[in-house]
Write a protein that binds this ligand. Sequence first.
Ligand code: G3D
Ligand code: MG
Length: 210
Amino acid sequence: MATAPSGTHNFKVVLLGEGCVGKTSLLLRYIEDKFNDKHLTTLQATFLNKRLNINGKRVNLSIWDTAGQEKFHALGPIYYRNSNGAILVYDITDEDSFGKVKNWVKELKKMLGSDIVLTIAGNKIDLEHERTVPLEEAESYANMVGAQHFYTSAKLNQGVEELFLDLTRTMIERYEQNAQTDVNRTSQVVVVDDEAPPTQSSCCSGNRSN
Ligand code: G3D
Ligand code: MG
């Protein structure tokens, strides 16, 4: 996805992470400002749209949520292909879910290189007293792999808006950097005139004497 002629950035963002870490809850909090709405959580949307205006730049986010396939280890490249950004969610009270984030980072970097902006979300901070994933470990890991790290609570609506806003800003920056690289690359292309058509005196003209 890229920028439409109208100047609107169209970005695809995927939510990834173990089952039950709160991916759907974060999305519904962000889009609908709701939590634990049974009607909405059973909706199992493929993606939801959000329009933003950041410093006069129009952005359309298509935020993709899983339909629960992660519970069967059945989420593959079809889900995350062409993504501009990924939100890797873990539950701060569940160490295994943090391990799963590390697996996703490896897979995304291998498959998409640095084309994708990575953001890690430690969700359920309202359960801080039950935390098992050490704060420093999560933050230094994110730093090492070049990802932003946010703490969120879909339940209490903490950090959710900031997470999406920061990711969107970074995607715009990344897009503008790539566009600049393309301009530089194009300006280095040397345009060569078409070759002149062969004349009668050329050796291939059939005038050979022997
Ligand atoms: P998933 O989409 O990653 O599978 P869900 O996760 O959004 O379906 O959430 C799984 C469970 O975690 C839900 O509880 C949900 O209410 C809860 N949850 C999500 N975010 C938070 C949060 O920030 N804090 C707390 N305390 N709980 C959260 P149920 O009981 O419905 O299974
Ligand atoms: Mg879900």
